[in-house]
Design a protein around this ligand. Structure first.
Ligand code: AMP
Ligand code: GLY
Length: 415
């Protein structure tokens, strides 16, 4: 098979790495890829959907996999399908589950899927009135895609109202904030639940946990995610079954009723309060860095799994009885501002660990940290503890100027 992967992050590198190990995969292309994906495939430097579809036709691509939310929300899958190409990912209409928080919340309500009590509005007065009925803190969300920055946890009613005013005026998030969701704060622990879907059927993957905050003990600013592990012992068989029955099944049915069957990865951001799972949000793609720990746990052939899903014929997925921990190493100034380029040196890669490259560029055969989340050190083992030790052993073998990483990834599993 020839496969095209759209995206440039660690998620896409991790998918490529998994595919590279499969005997039926002949060639992998990344669009646009990063400075390291060119070592496991070939980078294609265009982001125009029609040009990408033409590339896929001209190069006899058998399957295209879309990594990030932006091209999905912009309709890349619809363009590929119009050309009769096999593509794994939701249509533009189905991607609204992530692209519009207002749509997502109304969808959850309509399908009786448990979520935080909320108001969806573009009216300031109405929002203020609702805020006064809520306890503290209050959560305010911009409707549209904001690259993970559109959620404000306000500690006072005034702060919540200011956030609403800033969003509705277009000042803080432009058009993405012209509608807001105001909701009650849920106090519990978060899980990342993934289901590969073909429009009608699904298979669940091991439950993961992300670490959003920059610093140890969940301190510091929010980031795209500083590390992940799977499977999480916090998700027992009963909870998983409830997520399948009470969230994934009604979502697939509901999307069929909307005329937008969901094919792709349904990523449920779950908050567990007491024993009750609430849907915080949907994403319509693999999480990053969750994908980096899920890929090595898939025993089956990913290219076949995703091609079958794209064709509406999903089959069972074999999983390894292993654990994976991924520690993100980020650049010096992440997440505040850009960082200077820094040459990465790797002493050695110990057994049962590997590197996944994200924010990197390449020059004269050397890999440079180019900002943001630079790479992920993944450790595998027969327990979370074991996998964690291996991930951190690998971290010690990586060096670049200004590198930073958390020392407590997977802490909730090891308490
Ligand atoms: P979202 O983009 O909706 O996942 O929100 C980003 C982060 O904000 C989540 O990962 C949670 O940590 C937090 N968050 C969002 N909604 C709520 C809520 N209703 N209660 C508590 N925390 C929330
Ligand atoms: N790791 C969370 C996300 O990809 O949105």
């Amino acid at each position: 098979m020839k496969i095209l992967i759209i995206g440039n992050g660690g998620r896409e590198y991790a998918i490529g790495l998994k595919l590279q190990s499969e005997t039926n995969v002949e060639k992998i292309y990344f669009a646009p890829g990063n400075g390291a994906t060119s070592k496991i495939g070939e980078n294609v430097l265009t982001s125009d959907f029609e040009q990408l579809a033409k590339f896929a036709i001209d190069n006899a691509i058998d399957l295209t996999i879309v990594g990030p939310e932006a091209p999905l929300s912009a309709g890349v899958v619809d363009v590929f399908k119009a050309h009769g190409l096999a593509v794994f990912g939701p249509s533009k209409a189905a991607a609204r589950l992530e692209g519009s928080k207002a749509y997502m919340k109304d969808f959850l309500a309509k399908n009786n899927i448990k979520t935080a009590q909320y108001l969806n509005t573009d009216n300031k007065k109405e929002a203020f009135k609702f805020i006064d009925t809520l306890g503290l803190p209050v959560v305010v969300k911009a409707d549209g895609l904001c690259a993970g920055k559109g959620v404000i946890i306000a500690q006072t009613h005034e702060e919540a109202k200011d956030a609403v005013s800033d969003m509705l005026s277009g000042d803080s998030f432009g058009d993405a904030g012209k509608r807001v969701v105001v909701e009650e704060y849920l106090d519990g622990f978060e899980l990342s639940f993934f289901a590969i879907c073909d429009g009608e059927n699904f298979v669940s993957l091991p439950v993961a946990q992300d670490h959003k905050r920059l610093l140890d003990n969940d301190k510091g600013p929010n980031t795209g995610g500083m590390g992940a592990y799977a499977p999480s012992p916090l998700a027992g068989a009963n909870l998983i079954k409830r997520l399948e029955d009470e969230v994934v099944k009604p979502t697939l049915k509901g999307m069929q009723n909307e005329g937008a069957p969901f094919c792709g990865v349904l990523f449920v951001g779950v908050m567990v309060v007491g024993d009750e799972p609430y849907v915080l949000e949907f994403n319509v793609r693999f999480g990053d860095p969750e994908c980096e720990v899920l890929m090595p746990l898939i025993d089956g052939n990913l290219s076949e799994i995703l091609l079958n899903a794209a064709n509406g014929k999903l089959e069972a997925v074999k999983l390894k009885a292993q654990c994976a921990v991924g520690v993100v190493i980020s650049s010096e100034n992440y997440p505040y501002k850009n960082s200077p380029k820094a040459k990465i040196s790797v002493k050695q890669i110990p057994e049962n660990s590997h590197l996944v490259y994200a924010g990197v560029s390449e020059k004269d055969g050397e890999i440079y940290a180019s900002g943001g989340r630079v790479l992920v050190c993944v450790g595998l083992g027969d327990s979370i503890k074991n996998a964690q030790e291996r991930a951190y052993e690998l971290c010690k073998n990586v060096e670049f100027k200004g590198m930073q990483y958390r020392k407590d990834i997977a802490w909730q599993a090891l308490r």
